[in-house]
Design a binder for this molecule. Structure first.
Ligand SMILES: Nc1ncnc2c1ncn2[C@@H]1O[C@H](COP(=O)(O)OP(=O)(O)O)[C@@H](O)[C@H]1O
Ligand SMILES: CC(=O)N[C@@H](CCC(=O)OP(=O)(O)O)C(=O)O
Length: 258
């Protein structure tokens, strides 16, 4: 993917992804953590998913969905529901909670000033699922430099204006890479990566590849660790997968643990 590189190397930037699995249970105390980071001068960008909300809306419309490699196969009828749920419901509810916690926030999605220009990931397999082609970093910088937190729904826009469903973890990692974030935090409903009943406090790319191969990492954890690997390979020093108490796994590059 192409990015417009930020020139502000001294500013600390953090991308936080809030998983649909945990979104509805987050309280004010949780959001106050982010207020504290912001008060330390850290620029925040929040992205979110909404898998459970999408599941509810699809069920109400009597539509069954399937996932392949942790990604929802999204047909034409489903993309309408995914788009309206994420942009129309989940995003404003989160923006409201953040503003109520004293964090000035604006809701965005891939269409806004072409924030996430996207292409089909693999139409044969996934239908209306996207991959990120470019991120409008200038828009994000303009907001974060004014102390405003962009809150981004994981809907991409094709060049000709079609909405594509992109996994929230993928959007988070692509945005972290594009803005040159120092940290990516993926907040979910589990205290990090669990292998044979043990939660891991630390992991490396090699261990993660082995765990995927052996089937110890599956489903919704796959896009998270793939996003993490993508970030580590491109120089972001650490990615954390945590629950709402911020307990979980820190993934570090091989060099850093040696
Ligand atoms: N090794 C693993 N460790 C922890 N969770 C895992 C693992 N492999 C798969 N999972 C599943 O991944 C889920 C988190 O992904 P997902 O449901 O997509 O969350 P989110 O909505 O936060 O993106 C966990 O609840 C768990 O069921
Ligand atoms: C392509 C794809 O899988 N898109 C996701 C987008 C929402 C998401 O990522 O939600 P979570 O954060 O709850 O996982 C989906 O349709 O569920």
């Amino acid at each position: 993917m192409t990015t417009f590189k930020s020139t502000h190397h001294t500013v600390r930037k953090m991308v936080i992804k809030l998983g649909g699995s945990t979104l509805e249970g987050l309280n004010e105390a949780f959001f106050r953590n982010f207020k504290a980071l912001q008060d330390q001068g850290i620029q925040l960008i929040i992205t979110h998913g909404g898998g459970p909300a999408i599941n509810r809306e699809l069920a109400a419309a009597n539509i069954q969905s399937q996932t392949v490699n942790g990604l929802r196969v999204t047909n034409e009828e489903m993309i309408e529901i995914v788009q309206s749920t994420l942009i129309g419901k989940v995003n404003p509810a989160l923006v409201h909670e953040l503003n109520a916690a004293g964090i000035d926030s604006v809701g965005l999605n891939g269409f806004d000033q072409t924030l996430l220009e996207s292409e089909y990931l693999d139409y044969e397999t996934y239908k209306y699922v996207g991959k990120v082609k470019s991120v409008n970093v200038n828009l994000l910088n303009t907001l974060t430099e004014s102390g405003i937190v962009p809150v981004i729904a994981c809907i991409g826009a094709t060049k000709d204006g079609h909405a594509l469903n992109i996994n929230g973890d993928t959007v988070a990692s692509e945005i972290a890479l594009a803005v040159g974030a120092d940290r990516l935090l993926l907040v979910t409903d589990v205290a990090g990566i669990r292998i044979k009943d043990e939660f891991q406090t630390e992991a490396t790319p090699n261990l993660i590849k082995q765990w995927i191969d052996e089937g110890d990492i599956y489903g919704g954890m796959i896009p998270k660790v793939q996003g993490a690997l993508n970030c580590l390979e491109s120089g972001i020093p650490s990615v954390q997968i945590v629950n709402e108490t911020l307990t979980g796994t820190t993934i570090l590059s091989e060099e850093l643990v040696k």
